[in-house]
Ligand binder design. Structure first.
Ligand code: ISL
Ligand code: CA
Length: 558
């Protein structure tokens, strides 16, 4: 496989609103990120993906952009961003921006002009349809945040517009070449500024199956999941090829797509040698409990499920391209709370989970706070306590499925995106050291136990373990194996064991006992050197390896 500059990089996702507040207004900002650049550089981060910081009414926390060329004053100024890019460069850190172009904000000038003149130039940037009250809508698609994806066009009682996300996020009409040209111009404007690339938001939604039509109703609301339409929408490749040609490729930029539901046959198109993107996220494990959010009692993702799923995902792209690996992001609950039973959450088990995903083929992404083992909220008492625009629908859907109010709150506690959005826990002091005033979203009450300050100088902390994992992945001695080496799952018939080889010029084994109880295993090769483990005194001289609960070992084998 052709070697690319981003293959051996470690990425870190910042959710700016919750990272660090520099001016005491309770909202994280760009200067707060600059303050923490040395911290990130010391951790070993090479790429920072910034969730949106463009001008936005923040209906969906910045994923509703009202000006692609300016910074929201709450996050700072363009000078702050230029400073961040320059300070990043000094430290060898590239900035990856969020590219949100399936939709913009209803407060974007394009949409305002579309409302003034729906038949005009900007009207054609959106999906606007004629509509008479009482008539059926053009289609019955359910928006991702609940309810119909059609809304009355402001100022026009006889027109409606399409929004597959929030009603404040009108969909951009990618069928219109003039819109596409505007998008590419904007992308290149940012790349000219010297950013390293883009994370591409919700991109799979840009191709609609037209003309609009209904799909089978799948819930009591009389609507149909957008996925049903997306399944039938072909031709996205033409848009994505054009975008790659017109933008990313010219700059050798890093691009990572938020892609779902792709077919096997499409993988080379998405992430192959001349793929639309450099990489795409592996969401395979996030999908495991998604459909069961509204099953009473929820479901538990078992270690076997977890292992089989990640192994399959990586085998599927073998020889084609690289996935970007995550255990969480700003749309998901915290990985440690999702994949490890609450009663078994500990520094040790968190390190094990980190170690499993980090040494898989692909590019590891760390979501802010993951490196200190931040967890889900332990309790949610009411909807008002939280913020995300997706919460109301999550709650109402639970009620629609027959949950009690208390059970619906438990669904939020487990699945709300706010779990990952609570402020970064820097210290055990007021507001977890995130801000000098009341943060915009509650701080997880566990900040006194889980915070960076208490972990920085502790060589046994989750933070220190992440630092060691990064150092190992970047050690030139192991690069050929850990970055470019083959990926060979082994001992997959042993329950709750996650074990694989990465083989290049050196043979590396990764062993994780994903359970509380001890087991013994036998490898088909002999360990010569332990490179990293989450406990001391691991005896590897025996042919039989005795693993304790949640043991994690990376070793060189002969
Ligand atoms: O989190 C979800 C629903 O609650 C996902 O379906 C999510 O909307 C999907 O992964 C797309 O996510 C991206 O685009 C959204 C934004 O809300 C997310 O934060 C973003 O990651 C719309 O821009
Ligand atoms: Ca601030």
């Amino acid at each position: 496989m052709e070697r690319k500059w981003w293959h051996n990089k470690v990425a870190y996702q910042i959710y700016p609103k919750s990272f660090k507040d520099s001016n005491g207004d309770g909202i994280g900002d760009i200067q707060g990120i600059i303050e923490k650049l040395d911290y990130l550089s010391d951790l070993g981060v090479d790429i920072i993906w910034l969730s949106p910081i463009y001008c936005s009414p923040l209906a969906d926390q910045g994923y509703d952009i009202s000006d692609y060329y300016n910074i929201d004053p709450r996050f700072g100024t363009m000078d702050d961003l230029d400073e961040l890019i320059a300070e990043g460069k000094k430290r060898g850190i590239g900035i990856v921006m969020d590219l949100v172009v399936n939709h913009c904000s209803d407060e974007h000038i394009w949409f305002k002009k579309a409302c003034e003149d729906p038949e005009g130039h900007y009207g054609k940037f959106f999906y606007i349809e004629d509509y008479k009250d009482g008539e059926p809508l053009p289609c019955n698609w359910r928006s991702y945040f609940g309810g119909s994806c059609w809304e009355k066009l402001p100022g026009h009682d006889d027109k409606i517009y399409l929004h597959v996300f929030h009603k404040k996020q009108p969909d951009l009409n990618w069928e219109n070449p003039l819109l596409r040209k505007e998008v590419y111009k904007m992308i290149n404007w940012w790349l000219d500024k010297g950013i390293a690339g883009f994370r591409i938001d919700a991109i799979i939604n840009i191709k609609k199956k037209l003309p609009f039509k209904n799909y089978p109703v799948d819930r009591d609301d009389g609507l149909s999941d957008i996925g049903n339409m997306l399944e039938e929408a072909t031709g996205i490749g033409e848009f994505l090829t054009e975008m790659a040609e017109e933008t990313f490729r010219k700059y050798d930029a890093f691009s990572v797509g938020e892609v779902f539901n792709e077919k096997d046959s499409e993988l080379p198109l998405f992430i192959g040698k001349r793929g639309y993107f450099s990489s795409m996220f592996d969401f395979s494990t996030s999908g495991l409990d998604l459909n069961d959010r509204f099953t009473k009692g929820g479901i538990t993702i078992t270690p076997n499920d977890y292992r089989d799923t990640i192994f399959k995902a990586h085998k599927r792209v073998e020889g084609i391209g690289y996935l970007s690996n995550i255990i969480e992001n700003h749309d998901e609950p915290r990985g440690v709370s999702r994949y490890i039973p609450a009663s078994e959450l500990s520094s040790k088990s968190k390190k094990m989970l980190a170690g499993i995903y980090f040494l898989l083929p692909g590019i590891p992404f760390i979501y802010q706070g993951q490196e200190i083992g931040m967890e889900n909220l332990a309790q949610v008492d009411s909807l008002d306590q939280l913020d995300d625009c997706a919460n109301t629908d999550l709650y109402n859907t639970a009620i629609e499925f027959g949950f009690t109010e208390k059970e619906a709150l438990e669904v939020l506690r487990k699945h709300s995106r706010d779990n990952a959005r609570t402020p970064f826990q820097w210290t055990g002091n007021t507001n977890a050291g995130f801000s000098t005033s009341q943060p915009w979203l509650l701080v997880n009450p566990n900040y006194k136990e889980i915070n960076l300050e208490s972990q920085l100088s502790d060589s046994d902390s989750v933070y220190s373990f992440y630092k060691k994992l990064i150092a190992l992945r970047k050690n030139p001695e192991y690069e050929d194996s850990l970055i470019y080496g083959s990926f060979e799952p082994i001992l997959t018939d042993v329950d709750n064991l996650v074990c694989y080889y990465r083989k290049g010029t050196k043979k590396i084994v990764v062993i994780a006992n994903f359970q509380n109880k001890g087991i013994s295993i036998k490898l088909d090769s002999k360990i010569s050197k332990v490179l990293l483990a989450n406990r001391d005194n691991f005896d590897y001289t025996n042919e039989k390896l005795n693993l304790l609960g949640y043991d994690y070992i990376v070793a060189e084998v002969l």
